[in-house]
Design a protein around this ligand. Structure first.
Ligand code: GLU
Length: 482
């Protein structure tokens, strides 16, 4: 049975790279009927951020990636939280001491600081194994006197080789590895230790995480070996990049799930897009529902070359998802943007929603598309000139002058009624449709483009406002043409 886990540290922020890791873990498990577990790695007490766990739950919920098990919290599965299991880890560390695979270290901060050396411009402070040579008596004495201590892993000599499903076989010289701390002086395990213990006790079969952990993996392997435990399969994922040279970072404001939601992207579209950031499906398809992703996903499709996060591609994909939304669902999602952009109370916002739905990439595209509704913007009469429709300012002036009385006398102020009245006039005048619709649309919106045509706009704005805008167009064109 496949078991994967998402093991975020609560930083208050869900980086796109982390969400992609969670997604691949979810898909690896679900594609093979396995379980997906959530584990909060919060043993670094100095870096705790309030509310951060909520961000994790909320994100997984919005992204439709429920986890499968965990302690009962009010009838739901909670996550496993490392800090709540603090004392469980000590016994494993003591077991390693017993086996000669770990040791107490009583070195003071000052002593450790004195080990710092400059190498290649970087500060290196590899522990010199000072406490490895302490006698049993010295250790007991120190413990009895309450001297603060940490427990360190004793790295054995030789080389360590491990296999990664994405990067292949990797070998390192153990000389390069430090006797890392397993239990800190505050009694909490380090991330590196708790992670290994938990992956074992939770029977994790596939450890999926960012490639930045590749360099720590040999140390984890040595821990598994020291305990005599089975080593899980490793799946390390390359970084998500902003461009060829830079990682997607918190600073550019596009790096988190929350940033993207705030910028008007849909969770489903984000999930679909990030699924393809480093995984190539075997089918020629880009839009996937979660069920389709589960069906198609395979570790074999993962790539070790870093993927570039292309916001334009995401925006396109988001637009595709928006188009497919049920109109009511779209309205609910877009309502706050619509209400912020259109303050007039006589406007049917559901209609506006219907007009913009197929034309936007994100919900933030709505406001600039509809802000002409509240007030006609300042515009140039050059907008009336349309090459393809062969319209000139003179012609537009004439056509607006002709349509004005027709519309003034129109009783049936509906899209159909307005359209019909304009069409009769067009036929009577023997002109092309666009030569009438274009100037009317321009006069009504004052914009080079609008989310709907002339008659729909006129219906939306109402008779009085529409006529006023057409009169304004006539005024502006008259002044220009004269
Ligand atoms: N707590 C680690 C992180 O947030 C998890 C690494 C892992 O999955 O092993 O990056």
């Amino acid at each position: 049975m496949i078991r994967t886990r998402f093991a975020p540290s609560p930083t208050g922020y869900m980086h796109i790279g982390n969400l992609r890791t969670a997604l691949y873990e979810f898909l690896i498990a679900k594609s093979q009927g396995g379980s997906f577990i959530l584990r909060i790695e919060d043993t670094d007490r100095e870096r705790l951020v309030e509310g951060a766990e909520d961000v994790i739950y909320k994100t997984l919920e919005m992204a439709n990636m429920p986890h499968d098990e965990g302690p009962d919290v009010g009838g739901n599965y909670g996550p496993y939280v490392q800090s709540e299991r603090k004392n469980d880890y000590i016994k494993y560390a003591l077991e390693l001491i017993e086996k000669g695979e770990a040791y107490y270290c009583f070195c003071t901060k000052e002593r450790l600081d004195s080990l710092r050396t400059e190498a290649g411009g970087e500060t290196v402070a590899k522990y010199d194994r000072h406490c490895l040579s302490l006698s049993k008596e010295e250790i007991e004495e120190n413990l009895k006197n309450g001297v603060p201590y940490v427990i360190r892993q004793k790295i054995k000599d030789g080389k360590t080789t491990f296999h990664d499903e994405v990067y292949g076989d990797i070998t390192v010289d153990n000389d390069e590895l430090e006797d890392q701390i397993l239990i800190k002086s505050d009694g909490y395990p380090t991330y590196n230790f708790a992670n290994v213990i938990d992956d074992h006790v939770m029977n994790i079969t596939h450890v999926v995480r960012g490639a930045e952990y590749l360099s720590s993996t040999p140390k984890y392997n040595l821990l598994y070996e020291a305990f005599g435990w089975e080593i899980p399969k490793y799946v390390h994922l390359p970084a998500v990049m902003k461009d060829k040279h830079n990682k997607l970072s918190k600073r550019n404001g596009d790096a988190s799930f929350q940033d993207l939601i705030a910028k008007g992207y849909l969770p489903e579209a984000i999930v679909n897009y990030i699924a393809l950031l480093g995984w190539s499906p075997s089918v020629n398809q880009e839009i996937f529902t979660m069920d389709e992703l589960i069906e198609q996903f395979s570790i074999k499709g993962l790539s070790k070359s870093p993927a570039i996060f292309d916001i334009e591609k995401l925006t396109w994909m988001n637009g595709e998802y928006i188009k497919k939304m049920e109109p009511d669902k779209f309205y609910d999602w877009a309502e706050s943007e619509l209400k912020a952009a259109v303050k007039r109370s006589d406007i049917d916002l559901k209609k506006v929603a219907g007009y913009v739905q197929s034309r936007i990439g994100t919900s933030k595209d709505i406001a600039p598309m509809v802000d002409f509704i509240d007030a006609l913007p300042q515009y140039s009469t050059d907008l009336y000139v349309h090459k393809k429709m062969k319209t000139t300012k003179e012609m537009c002036l004439e056509h607006l002058k002709r349509v004005l009385p027709v519309l003034e006398g129109l009783e049936d102020w509906t899209n159909d009624g307005i359209y019909g009245a304009m069409l009769s006039l067009i036929q009577e005048m023997g002109i092309k449709n666009g030569q009438m619709f274009w100037p009317v649309r321009t006069a009504l919106s004052g914009e080079p483009t609008s989310p709907c045509g002339a008659s729909e706009l006129a219906e939306l704005l109402g008779k009085e406002d529409s006529l006023a805008r057409i009169r304004r167009g006539i005024e502006m064109l008259s002044a220009d043409v004269a």
